[in-house]
Design a protein around this ligand. Structure first.
Ligand code: ZN
Ligand code: ZN
Length: 170
């Protein structure tokens, strides 16, 4: 997907720039839908023996369901990511472990993981989304459903009569 020859880093930081199609196999089976290509930019540099630091930016648009009404909502992702690749497991759990003496570094897994971290978990189509009716499932943004009719004065009058069954006998 996006490979960097590590020998090139001996001369200094390397620019990483790639547009990745949403259909790329490495981006398959995400929990959100990519509605645009993923624009990757950044710089990869050596940060020590066998370790590399990637300072990058991921930009794309994803489509996720509204948490309340489940309608699709488009969300722009523009995320700065800082990733460490190292041959040995570091104390920092966000480090990506790479094989010893690898000739090249594949950034695909990191791009996938960082996108998952950047994707919003709680999205509303609008601040006052009314959500779905818990009984019939109707989207209440499009109007009230039949489960909760508007209060009707005639029904209210009937409720009063039912609440006082002895009124007639007194
Ligand atoms: Zn909604
Ligand atoms: Zn309903």
């Amino acid at each position: 997907m996006l490979r960097v020859h590590l020998r090139a880093l001996a001369a200094g930081a390397v620019e990483t720039r790639r547009d990745i199609a949403p259909t790329d196999p490495e981006l398959a089976d995400l929990e959100f839908h990519l509605s645009d290509r993923v624009r990757v930019s950044g710089r990869l540099m050596e940060s020590g023996p066998g370790s590399y630091y990637w300072d990058a930016r991921l930009q794309t648009t994803v489509t996720v369901p509204c948490r309340r009404c489940l309608e699709p909502v488009e969300v722009t992702i523009d995320e700065k990511v800082r990733v460490l690749f190292a041959e040995e497991e570091a104390a920092d759990p966000s480090t990506y472990v790479i094989p010893d003496h690898a000739g090249e570094l594949e950034l695909g897994e990191a791009i996938r993981e960082e996108l998952i971290l950047a994707a919003p978990e709680f999205v509303l189509c609008r601040e006052d989304c009314r959500g779905l009716c818990a009984r019939c499932g109707k989207n209440l943004n499009t109007g009230p459903c039949d489960c909760r009719p508007e209060p009707d004065p005639r029904w209210l009058a009937l409720e009063v009569l039912k609440a006082r069954p002895d009124t007639d006998t007194e």
